[in-house]
Every structure is written in C-alpha cells, then in structure tokens.
Design a binder for this molecule. Structure first.
Ligand code: ZN
Ligand code: ZN
Length: 153
C-alpha cells in the first residue's frame, strides 16, 4: 500500500543536534532483520525508510561506521555522535537511495512497511504480520523497482 503524508517530512535524533528534511515521499520501507541492522538499532529489526538520496537534507551529517554485508556490499550505518541515536544507512555500491530509521521521523505513524527482509536472521520469538511479504534474504530487484516506481506514477 502506498505511503503518503504531507511534505516536507522532518525528523532527527534524540538530542536534537541532527535534524533533516525530506522533500519527497519515501520510495519504500523494509523491516530489515539482518544482524547488522539489529546491532545498529539495538532491536529485533531496523525499520528502514528509503528515500531518493538527494531528497534528504541534513543540517548536520550523521557519523557512520562501515560493515560488509553477506553479499559484499559496503554498508554505512549512521548515528548521532552526541546521543548515539541510530539515524539511517546507505550502500556505497548504490548511492541512488538512502534510508532513515523510522524512529527518527517526527511522525512515523503514517508509515506502512512493504516487506520483511533477511528474515533468516530474525530471532525465534519474533511474531510476523502474515499479510506482509517475507524474504529470507534481501529483496528481489524486481520488487524494489516496482515499489520505488509508485511515487513517480
Ligand atoms: Zn543526537
Ligand atoms: Zn539490514
């Protein structure tokens, strides 16, 4: 289902030192259960809201650290250096998109996750929405393309 809200979308970290503005609706939203996202956000999964990279404007760029994904991609996980809030992530091999963690949005209530991904790493006690698509690994490329096309049609 299409996600929609009034623009611009604003958010930031817990201490307020990092603030951002998004001038376009998100492309898609995946709940990522991979171990790196679990570690980055300290939770069962990261609720990653993906935007076109140049539609997010930060007043202060977050700090980041790098991890190599299972398939060899270079992933930058971002956080606030002052309060430690998880902010987002981006993939060095594909700079078209940039994700914000749902928790950073001033109002996350309108978001609708499109799928659960890397479910192979989910904790055994997780409970899933049976109506939401689940992928054991990363999302299929055709799915990403189809979801992302929604905001341009
Ligand atoms: Zn902060
Ligand atoms: Zn992940």
């Amino acid at each position: 289902m299409m996600m929609t809200t009034a623009l611009p979308i604003q958010g930031g970290c817990a201490c307020g030192n990092i603030r951002y503005t998004c001038t376009q609706l998100p492309l898609l939203m995946f709940q990522c259960h991979c171990r790196d996202c679990q570690r980055a956000v300290g939770g069962l999964f990261a609720a990653n809201v993906w935007f076109v990279t140049d539609k997010i404007m930060f007043d202060t760029e977050p700090k980041s650290y790098v991890v190599k994904s299972d398939i060899g991609n270079t992933i930058h996980h971002e956080f606030c250096a002052d309060c430690g809030s998880p902010i987002g992530m981006w993939i060095e091999e594909d700079r078209t998109g940039r994700a914000l963690r749902a928790s950073t949005l001033d109002d996350p209530a309108w978001l609708k996750p499109d799928a659960d991904i890397f479910v192979k790493n989910a904790y055994p006690w997780e409970v899933f929405d049976p109506n939401r698509p689940k992928y054991q690994n990363g999302p299929p490329e055709e799915l990403v393309a189809r979801l992302a096309a929604r905001i341009f049609t």
